[in-house]
Design a protein around this ligand. Sequence first.
Ligand code: NDP
Length: 301
Amino acid sequence: MAMKSKVLIVGGTGYLGKRLVKASLAQGHETYVLHREEIGVDIEKVQMLLSFKQQGAHLVIGSFNDHQSLVKVVKLVDVVICAISGVHIRSHQILLQLKLVDAIKEAGNVKRFLPSEFGTDPARMENAMEPGRVTFEDKMVVRRAIEEAGIPFTYISANCFAGYFLGGLCQPGFILPSREQVRLLGDGNQKAIYVDEDDIATYSIKTIDDPRTLNKTVYIRPPQNILSQREVVQIWEKLIGKELLKSSISEQEFLAIMKEQVGLTHYYHVCYEGCLANFEIGDGAEEASKLYPEVKYTTVE
Ligand code: NDP
């Protein structure tokens, strides 16, 4: 059997990154985690890094402010996965990856790079609204740099992180479900796609040694998780044995409150326009649950 690639996770202390570290180790890859010196006295992060080490990962020091340090760590591995932050309510550092691209280019040994994407496919979001379009624009800048440098890649389009979208029944600003009421976005009938964050990590790691995903976009569309907000609410109502009081926020009302908020624009494209599920996966792309039917993904229910 072919040797499993050695993997470097950049942003391994993040919300998604820590799951990528776990999945990489679980799938038997020698796993390196970038540890940046700027971590200072963030005790929680240090403890997380130490726990990765206890589970068998190698901690390697490098900084985005020191090109040679990045080249050095990149040379240790076959595959680089970046999960640097890209959510405005937390932190948005997508363009920092250009430095990582430079390092990968110089190192010259990387067989696959997965940049920090893991959301809506930015290539489909040319007409996205302000202010949210920056997310897609920045991710496209990184894609162009990768492709110009001739770095082999896989882009993971993971759709909605379940934690952010499902917990609050698809209502922006909520991550826990009410037992009393819910506000539907429009008629609540646009389909979206929800993926458990650990499953995103599992599928992502599956792609790295797979020739079918080389230089392609992989969409994660677990069939049972392609649901409208109304369907999500129905599942919750069934679970708690109670109907919620429903109101609705019209498209015009939503557009009026949306200004200045990156995250809300993303909800608009997903929940009013249905941007995640309104297209067929075409050439140059694959779908994860079809490629890896052995993964028992977590359903919305
Ligand atoms: P986090 O906010 O959890 O941050 C991830 C990592 O970024 C951390 O490990 C952090 O490292 C690192 N980082 C931040 N600033 C710097 C810096 N200056 N130099 C080096 N490292 C830095 O990220 P998420 O997990 O929320 O996001 C990962 C990806 O997932 C993004 O592309 C984002 O857009 C996407 N996403 C998609 C969602 C969806 O619903 N589809 C929802 C949320 C995110 P350190 O610990 O050292 O500070």
